[in-house]
Every structure is written in structure tokens, then in C-alpha cells.
Design a protein around this ligand. Structure first.
Ligand SMILES: [Zn+2]
Length: 406
């Protein structure tokens, strides 16, 4: 959710105006570097790119998960970590998930709330770059599917709250081949909901993974909408999406993040020209937002929530080693920002972790890990926008922003 995105009312509806093409904004300056398309070069030497995003997941989060697991994590098999900054063009506040994901998805700075758009113009996204190269694209998340983080790779809209615009763009043609995430209530939309739009544009739709598998017997694109919003004491009622894995009932039919990633890889691995897959774990961010309400409960939950992403990293790594190789597939694990100022106790104990900045995001530097083509330049990642260059094989080739200008 992040900053209240789980709330259906649309306070910014009047800003959901059509965006201009970048070409029409060729003379624009001072808006985060929107001058032309020059920042987008030919796609990476990597045939396949898999980026896993821990929403709100800082260095202490990973350390807590490592301590709780009592073992090395899957993420520890990658290069790194390297710490980088996450500021956006919004002054005086930390980035939100929309601007954070935009920076990863486009290599450009924007203001909080904007989704791969800035100053009224569309920003070319990683999925568009991949599509031009004939690659498949997929997005997987355990929050509601039209949340800002996953959507920054797939659509361009002035505000994360433009739900109808997001849905329309997602299924207007050339949408992702795989879209898996949390169910979105029809109350989010003034017009048709996701299922109707998806079906009309040829998507196979399923509400659990088994049903989706049964439905998706051909190479048509797929939409999986899972869960109905967690009903867990202490978990925010406004948070739509999948139930955290550590809090599920034994008979839950909700897929894990790793299972969704595996399904996506099975589909995308069929593409002759390779693919780009984005996997997001929203749950550490959610808890960072509400931790101040019940710090001990948040401290108890956090390591297990971070491990949802690490389990997905393990699944991705297994897929690369069995079905591909790190010679042709780049795996990147990063964050969009830190949430809550999460810190371990004085002796490193997880149970007494603190959240001094909850409910807010912070500007703490966050870690990135990577393995595969281009990962040898990981130390050049200084800011979120550099991750786009890493993903497209241009890190150290094209200049980074060095951070977003105030
Ligand atoms: Zn976020």
C-alpha cells in the first residue's frame, strides 16, 4: 500500500489527465531530466532480467531475517550488498513507492505519487524497452496488483490513485505477459474491473494458482488475482493483497511469493528473446507503516515477512541454475526506500527492534544485491535511478542522476 494507496477513494481523480509523449516534451527541463529518450539505450546484454523489490526493506530488515533464520540467506549468494540513496524530486519528504519504483523502472526522477510520469509526460519504462527487444514481461506482487510499485513497470499515469487509467492501460494491448498479485475490489474502479478488461483483451484469468494453471493452457497472457485482503488481528484492515505467509491458515489457497515467481518464470521462460520479470514483496513496508501501533508485534513479524522475498530469491536462483545460467540471466534484489527506521536492539536481538520513524518512509540508504551480466559494476549504484541502468546493461555507460535534484 504505502502511504494509503489501499484506500479506494480517489482524491486526485482530477489529475488523471492524459499524458504527453516524451517527444512532445522535448524542450522540457528542470523536471527531472526529461529532455528526450536518450537515457534509454539498447537492452542489456542479459537475456533475462529478474528484479526483486523489497518494499520498505532496508539493511536492518535483511539482518533481522538472517538472524531469525539462523543461516545464510538466498540473497547472500548474490554480489553485494551495496547501499544507495532513494530520494525523489519531492522536497522535504522521503520518496514514496510511486516515485521510488518509477526511478527503478525508468531511470528518471519524479515527484511522489507519479507513476512513470513526470511533468505531464510519459517516461519510457523497462517493460517498453524489453518489449521493443521482443522480450516477455511479467510482474508479481503480494500487494493488490494495481499498487504503485508493480504498476510503474507497466503503465504511465500522473497519479498512483488513477485506478481506472491504470487498469485501462494495463489491458490496452502490449500489456505484461504475466500479471500476478492481490485481488482488487471493484470499488476501486468507476468503470470495468480488472477481470472484464483482462478477459476482453485475451488474458486468461484465475483466482487461485491451480485454476489459473488449468485456464492457461496456451501462450495467451495471464492475470492471477489472489486473496481477498488479509483478515489478521493487528494487520491493517485497509491493506488489500495477499495474507502474509507466516499469518496464513493451514488450509489457505493463497500462493506464496515464491510460487507466483515460479509460475511466472515457467511462462516467461518460453520467450525466444528472453524476458524481464519484476517480483515485489510489500509486507515489510506495510508493517513499517503500522509498527508504531504495536511495536512488539511488528518486531515479531518482521523477519518472517522479509523471508517471503528471500524464499522468492531462492526460487529464482534455482530456476536460473536449472533452466538458464548466470551467464545470461541477471538477478537483482533491491528496495524502493526504507520504512519505519527499523533498527535491531542494542545487542542485535530481533525481539526488541524499534521503529522510530514509523509510520513514515525514511531516507536511509538501502541495499542492493545482484548476480549475472552487469553485476560486476554493482558498486556504481549510487541511487535508485542507477538500478535502471544496471537492468538495461548501461550502468557505468550512461551517466546516472547522482540523486534527484532538489
Ligand atoms: Zn515503497
Amino acid at each position: 500500500m504505502d502511504g494509503g494507496a489501499g484506500v479506494p477513494p480517489d482524491p486526485l481523480a482530477d489529475v488523471c489527465a492524459p499524458l504527453a509523449d516524451l517527444e512532445q516534451r522535448a524542450s522540457a527541463t528542470g523536471d527531472g531530466g526529461i529532455d528526450d529518450d536518450a537515457g534509454v539505450a539498447e537492452p542489456a546484454p542479459a537475456r533475462n532480467v529478474i528484479v526483486l523489490i523489497g518494499d520498505g526493506t532496508g539493511a536492518a530488515h535483511w539482518e533481522a531475517a538472517r538472524a531469525a533464520a539462523g543461516r545464510a540467506l538466498a540473497v547472500d549468494s548474490l554480489e553485494g550488498p551495496v547501499l544507495y540513496g532513494t530520494d525523489s524530486l519531492s522536497i522535504g519528504v522521503a520518496t514514496d513507492s510511486a516515485a521510488g519504483a518509477t526511478a527503478i523502472a525508468t531511470g528518471r526522477c519524479t515527484h511522489n505519487g507519479a507513476v512513470s510520469a513526470s511533468a505531464g509526460a510519459r517516461l519510457t519504462t523497462l517493460f517498453q524497452v524489453a518489449g521493443r527487444a521482443g522480450k516477455g514481461t511479467g510482474v508479481v506482487t503480494n500487494t493488490f496488483i494495481i499498487d504503485a510499485t508493480p504498476m510503474a513497470f507497466a503503465v504511465q499515469t500522473p497519479s498512483r490513485y488513477c485506478a481506472d487509467d491504470i487498469a485501462a492501460q494495463l489491458f490496452a494491448g502490449d500489456g505484461p505477459d504475466v500479471i500476478l498479485g492481490g485481488f482488487v475490489p471493484s470499488s476501486f474502479f468507476a468503470g470495468d474491473g480488472l477481470e472484464a478488461l483482462a478477459s476482453a483483451s485475451g488474458y486468461r484469468v484465475g483466482f487461485d494458482l491451480a485454476a489459473l494453471r488449468a485456464e492457461a493452457t496456451d501462450d495467451a497472457p495471464v492475470l492471477g488475482l489472489f486473496g481477498e485482503g488479509p483478515s489478521v488481528p493487528g494487520w491493517p484492515e485497509w491493506e488489500n493483497g495477499l495474507t502474509p505467509e507466516i499469518l496464513r491458515a493451514a488450509d489457505s489457497d493463497e500462493p506464496t511469493l515464491a510460487e507466483m515467481a515460479s509460475f511466472a518464470l515457467d511462462r516467461l521462460g518460453r520467450h525466444d528473446e528472453g524476458f524481464v520479470l519484476v517480483v515485489e514483496n510489500e509486507h515489510p513496508d506495510t508493517v513499517g507503516h503500522v509498527a508504531y501501533l504495536d511495536v512488539p508485534l511488528a518486531a515479531e513479524w518482521m523477519p518472517g515477512l522479509v523471508l517471503e522475498l528471500d524464499d522468492a530469491v531462492a526460487e529464482v536462483t534455482r530456476w536460473v541454475e536449472q533452466e538458464s545460467s548466470f551467464d545470461e540471466t541477471l538477478v537483482v534484489v533491491c528496495a524502493d526506500h526504507e520504512t519505519g527506521g527499523y533498527a535491531l536492539g542494542p545487542e542485535g536481538e530481533v525481539a526488541s527492534a524499534t521503529f522510530p520513524s514509523s509510520p513514515n518512509h525514511t531516507r536511509a540508504a538501502v541495499p542492493i544485491f545482484a548476480r549475472g551480466p552487469g553485476a560486476e559494476r554493482l558498486r556504481d549504484v549510487m541511487h535508485l535511478t542507477d538500478i535502471f541502468h544496471l537492468l538495461t546493461g548501461n550502468l557505468g555507460v550512461l551517466p546516472g542522476t547522482g540523486g534527484c535534484p532538489p
